[in-house]
Write a protein that binds this ligand. Structure first.
Ligand code: BGC
Length: 476
């Protein structure tokens, strides 16, 4: 499957050097059989996460989201959306237009979150969020209106209600004190009340995967999976309520936030983790947590490549054994370099520019080896993600007792969107591991922000329907 890509990438490397380099890259090449095993392990973990008694210890959390329906196209109105989950925080004003079945972004604003704030007291973070929201409302002339608000908060949360969500743990470089174990909606509302100069309407909390699924779901109503491969990775999907043992009810479905980033946290992926993955985990701010994510997502891929390059240099397989200060600096090799390096046209030239920027003295063989290394790491990421997605699709198909499932996945995240062969390789893996599922991939634009508004809109529609039904009962 990756044969084609690897042949291209090995061109121009002398056989002797190639076989030595391949020894280091071998553990990154997962066979289809291995991927099938990984998928089978995840399948078991999905069940553990859903179980009433087994979920406490389950590494894949399978969190109920209280989203019981995808859009039906009749939703409408104006909403505010907040999006916190990566390096930036965003505020949006979103309009859902029923006639055109469109979610329009009226305007938005990005506020940077300084690194110290990502690691400081939670109160400070939420005060910053409330201040950014205030600036946005002022700039949009919206102060004085109390619009409903969708809050995309892309961290694992135990959702109690649509507007009550307890942070289980921080991921992706955040580690603010006083937030884990607390209701994030409450912390937001308290920060707004501390200011006292504006208010918000009802709040719906959403994970970014759910936002992505819901915003794509307005365009394509068969969208029942949301997937993110960006700074972090995760997916959600529509599960039969009767299988969600922690939620009352037998009929209908509920969206489950799998938090698949935690897959492997019980050691079940030991056989495929390389020594480089172990170092990335041990030197991260949350060792032992989100092992699967650390093999896949944008926050970590560049660092895995850097560690490999350092090792190859130490063993004189690169740069005549001479490193540079930049190469020895953690996180100096950015994940976005991999996309530039693996570009089909111009990739080698990009590689050479990047190596020069990193203060390395390279020759043409070096640049080809670096490209090969990037390819091994990104390819493993795409195939692991493909195996995980295939597991979800197979589960939905079996749940519904179908011989064949046709479904749509809403996808977002820079790794998926920007890397030249990532999506192709992911799809090829899904086709192999879920041959009875026909999956359409819908790339989401601004999904997590617009989707939060969509979840709020669907919640309002359902509340309205319930109200109407009870009025009808009273009238008849
Ligand atoms: C978080 C998820 C999120 C994912 C993608 C992970 O680190 O735990 O909640 O969906 O990143 O942003």
């Amino acid at each position: 499957m990756s044969g084609d890509a690897s042949t291209v990438h090995t061109d121009g490397i002398p056989p002797d050097a190639l076989s030595k380099v391949q020894e280091y890259l071998e553990p990154f090449h997962l066979s289809v059989e291995k991927l099938r095993e990984v998928s089978a392990r995840l399948r078991k973990d999905l069940v553990r996460g859903l179980g009433k008694h087994s979920h406490h210890k389950a590494p894949v959390k399978m969190l109920p989201t209280f989203v019981r329906a995808t859009p039906d196209g009749t939703e409408k109105g104006d909403f505010l959306a907040l999006d916190l989950g990566g390096t930036n925080f965003r505020v949006l004003h979103v309009r859902v237009v029923e006639e055109e079945q469109k979610v329009l972004k009226m305007d938005s604003q990005i506020c940077a979150i300084p690194k110290e704030m990502m690691l400081g007291p939670g109160v400070q973070l939420f005060d910053h969020i409330a201040a950014c929201l205030n600036d946005f409302l002022v700039s949009q002339n919206l102060k004085g209106q109390t619009l409903p608000l969708g809050f995309t908060f892309s961290f694992p949360c135990e959702q109690k209600e649509i507007d009550k969500s307890i942070l289980i743990r921080w991921t992706k470089g955040f580690n603010c004190s006083g937030v884990e174990g607390e209701d994030v909606v409450k912390l937001l509302k308290e920060a707004i009340h501390r200011r006292g100069d504006y208010d918000i309407g009802s709040v719906a909390m959403v994970n970014d995967t759910v936002g992505t699924m819901m915003s794509c779901g307005y365009r394509d109503q068969s969208c029942e999976i949301g997937m993110i491969i960006g700074t972090g990775t995760n997916a959600c999907y529509m599960e039969e309520i009767k299988n969600v043992r922690r939620v009352e009810g037998e009929d209908g479905r509920m969206c489950i936030n799998t938090e698949w980033g935690g897959f492997g946290d019980d050691g079940c992926l030991k056989d495929i983790r390389t020594e480089f993955d172990v170092v990335v985990d041990e030197t991260s701010i949350n060792p032992g947590i989100h092992n699967f994510e650390k093999m896949i997502s944008g926050m970590y891929l560049g660092e895995i490549v850097r560690l490999l390059l350092v090792r190859l240099t130490e063993n004189k397989l690169l740069f005549e054994g001479r490193t540079s200060e930049a190469l020895l600096t953690p996180d100096a090799f950015e994940t976005k370099f991999m996309s530039e390096i693996e570009e089909r046209d111009g990739g080698l030239e990009n590689t050479q520019n990047i190596l020069t920027e990193l203060g390395l003295k390279w020759d043409s063989v070096d640049s080809r080896i670096v490209r090969l290394v990037c390819n091994a790491v990104s390819s493993r990421s795409a195939r692991l993600c493909g195996a995980a997605l295939a597991t979800l699709a197979n589960r939905i198909r079996v749940n519904r007792r179908l011989d064949h499932l046709k479904t749509t996945v809403g996808v977002d995240g820079t790794v998926y969107k920007k890397h030249p062969n990532f999506s192709e390789e992911l799809r090829a893996t899904v086709r192999l591991l879920a041959p009875d599922c026909d999956i359409t991939f819908l790339v989401s634009e601004d999904g997590s922000g617009k989707g939060a508004a969509m979840v709020t809109a669907v919640a309002q529609r359902l509340a309205h329907q319930t109200q109407q039904q009870s009025t009808n009962v009273l009238v008849s």
